[in-house]
Design a protein around this ligand. Sequence first.
Ligand code: DON
Length: 572
Amino acid sequence: MKRLRHRPGSIFFLVCSFFVLSCNQTYYKADHIDKSVVAHRGMVVSAHALASEVGVKILKKGGNAVDAAVASQFALAVVYPRAGNIGGGGFMLIRTEEGNYSCLDYREKAPGMANKDMYLRPDGSVIDSASIFGALAVGVPGTVDGLISAWEKFGQIRDFGKIIEPSIEFARKGFAISQEEADRLNQYKNDFQKFNPFPNPFVKSKAWVKGDVLIQEELAQTLERIKIKGRDGFYKGETAKHLVITVQKSGGIICEKDLEEYQVVWRSPIETKYRSYRVVSMPPPSSGGIALAQLLELIEPFNPGALGFHSPESIHLMVEAERRVYADRAKFLGDSDFFDVPASTLLDSSYLSAKMKDFDPGFATKSSSIQSYDLPDREHFETTHTSVVDKNRMAVSVTTTLNSNYGSKVLVEGGGFFLNNEMDDFSIKPGFPNQFGLIGNEANAIVPAKRMLSSMTPTIVEKDGKLFLVLGSPGGSTIITTVFQVIVNIIDFEMTLDDAVDQFRFHHQYLPDKIFIEKDGLEQVVKDNLQAKGHDFGTYERIGLVKAIRVLADGSLHGVGDRRSDVDVEAY
Ligand code: DON
């Protein structure tokens, strides 16, 4: 491994004295982060330089985009513990070199013992944070089945060991953490201690600082069991036992049967034509594909490109589309295996054009007179997207999550990995906002074995039948509007990928009835104009963290990692 460093005898040994280490102990370090790279053969854009590098090494060894994506996902589970995971779930959109699409749903599921009122008191009031923190917030994880299923179906490197070994190495030998990881680990120290009253690698007496080495031996052992036994190394035997004991000891309800019965689903993607481009994305249980297709179709007749970039007119148009689409999301979207999602109606052009009948270029439509919610103070949310393209132009767009940073904050004792808090993505009570302020209804109510509605929007765009763009983002409810705006920036405002990703972003989700803008992102004169139309504003520190690859006119690849965080592009 290129960046394997020798660790000198250091203060680290005093801090983590329970490790017996020699002065020659080695660890991994990401020594650079590239934000914008043009290359000819293959590329991986992910949240962590070590994970991007693992993916590119796999490509260089003859692996395809799926091999690289799967290897980098396992690596992220180690080097990006706040969102990379084996205790969560995700969605993967794959485009083969022939241009065929496959859509893999490895979203978490409600445990068999879950029920629609599980977060309510007998009087119907919501139990504070029960769907957000602790073992009851955990959905049955799908990541391991997802990654293995993708690799089994599409992978070219037939030795699974080669795919998973880099992650085992990172976990066992350790890696130097970034400033961002140090900040997060310090921020959540109390939660880690509260939910995990046992020694674990994420808690130490002194504050974490950049460059500290994080070693995860129990996670290395879990990954080794997966390497040897495949999915049974996670869903059965020792790992499953650790998981179930941890969850049940802390008041959760996941049992062995839930794990044994977990299965991914291969689904048909959602697609739409936007101007001359084909946009392909994720179907339910993600709302991402339907919402993105609706947004693009709603604005297309108004020719946003002619309205001026970030002009009051173009922002107003896009916000009014967002308001209408998120209203549909709240009412009609949920897991289509359990609820009859009216997808074809929602994407029908006459339905969509009727939606904009009351659009007034001069005035904001009020979202609702029924009830309005304020978003809770936004903690740093994390999810993570990875984009991969190989030399044959096979592409993978994959978004995975634990939901919040480090999920439920519950760490599997003896297993070494965090568990998600994805149950909060269900509508735990009709009309009650989740941590992203999203509301829902029957469509997204809790039912045993059902998948919770997501906003993750792994997307691929084609131009003239050829691969054009691979992209996605974290950001909870803002994922959809982030992907939407990057696509519009490229197609309508004719921006380079760097510019399209860098521009400040805005977001409206129907309720709360506000345009959320990135801090300092909007000129006062534009804001005044929008206010005069009747819009209110809220601010977010940042909206989205895009990882994208664009195929340039000469066939080369341009990868961009969002300047908003440590996203890294590796290529060859
Ligand atoms: O699936 C979803 O929509 C959410 N659980 C995603 C969470 C997220 O993106 C958090 N952070 N950035």
